[in-house]
Design a protein around this ligand. Structure first.
Ligand SMILES: C[S@@+](CC[C@H](N)C(=O)[O-])C[C@H]1O[C@@H](n2cnc3c(N)ncnc32)[C@H](O)[C@@H]1O
Length: 234
């Protein structure tokens, strides 16, 4: 059953997700189904999404909900843990990863405030307790356009502006020294920008190689990227 169908049949606690997220969840989370993985969702709400993740990921998954509201604790179930704390509290997040890590998936569906998104991403994305081939999701990024969340069109500090800069960072090895690779460059295999949601896949091997294959076999052609090589764009 698709996650979208599952959502439509759900009669449990309230789930609050945008419809366009469902195909993206399926695309990026499929390889984790029925595996002994740890999924952390920041923002428990009424607890419904944790029930949906349990059905989707299966019996071996450890699901951890984080929420600053103590009422979330009531949604704890077998193999679904809730920890009450703030997503900007570094010690709290360290403690969650020490207790449950390594995590393979982090979903930030918490406050949606720009400063919080940045702080949580900076801490968890590079955290030793976050799997180096894991998936990190930031949801409800329409708030990046709303001043009350610290956002605004092309406003400094908006997470969408950060994502635009990250597209450059992803390509640092081709910048011919215009800027240097970052921790994000080294860690990130891909970033997928959807309406209101970004999915990051970790697991990069740098530098990437330009490859050729023909009757004489396969070979890498890294020299094509030598700084200043005319036409070195393949
Ligand atoms: C949109 S709801 C989560 C919805 C839920 N994930 C779902 O899909 O049904 C956002 C939740 O984030 C929590 N929250 C807000 N600010 C937070 C913060 N700074 N740290 C942790 N949780 C926060 C709220 O208490 C609320 O329960």
């Amino acid at each position: 059953m698709s996650l979208w169908s599952d959502f439509h049949q759900h009669r449990g606690r309230l789930i609050h997700k945008w419809d366009q997220y469902f195909p993206a969840y399926e695309r990026h989370f499929a390889r984790f189904r029925n595996q002994a993985v740890t999924i952390i969702e920041i923002g428990v709400g009424d607890g419904g999404s944790l029930q949906m993740w349990r059905r989707f990921f299966g019996p071996y998954a450890r699901i951890v909900g984080i929420d600053s509201n103590v009422k979330a604790k009531a949604y704890e179930e077998h193999l679904t843990a809730i920890r009450v704390g703030d997503q900007t509290d570094r010690a709290f997040l360290d403690g969650v990863l020490a207790e449950f890590g390594p995590a393979q998936i982090v979903i930030d569906d918490g406050s949606h405030i720009m400063a919080h998104l940045h702080q949580t991403f900076a801490q968890l994305y590079y955290h030793p307790g976050f799997d180096s081939t894991g998936v990190y999701v930031v949801e409800d990024l329409h708030t990046a356009y709303w001043p009350e969340f610290g956002g605004g069109y092309r406003r400094e500090g908006s997470f969408i502006e950060t994502a635009k800069a990250q597209i450059d960072e992803l390509h640092a090895q081709y910048a011919r020294g215009a800027f240097q690779p970052t921790a994000f460059t080294a860690a990130t295999l891909s970033m997928h920008i959807y309406d209101s949601m970004i999915v990051y896949e970790r697991g990069r091997r740098v530098p990437n190689q330009s490859m050729m294959a023909d009757s004489s076999g396969v070979r890498g052609v890294r020299l094509m990227f030598r700084p200043g090589t005319p036409g070195a764009a393949d």
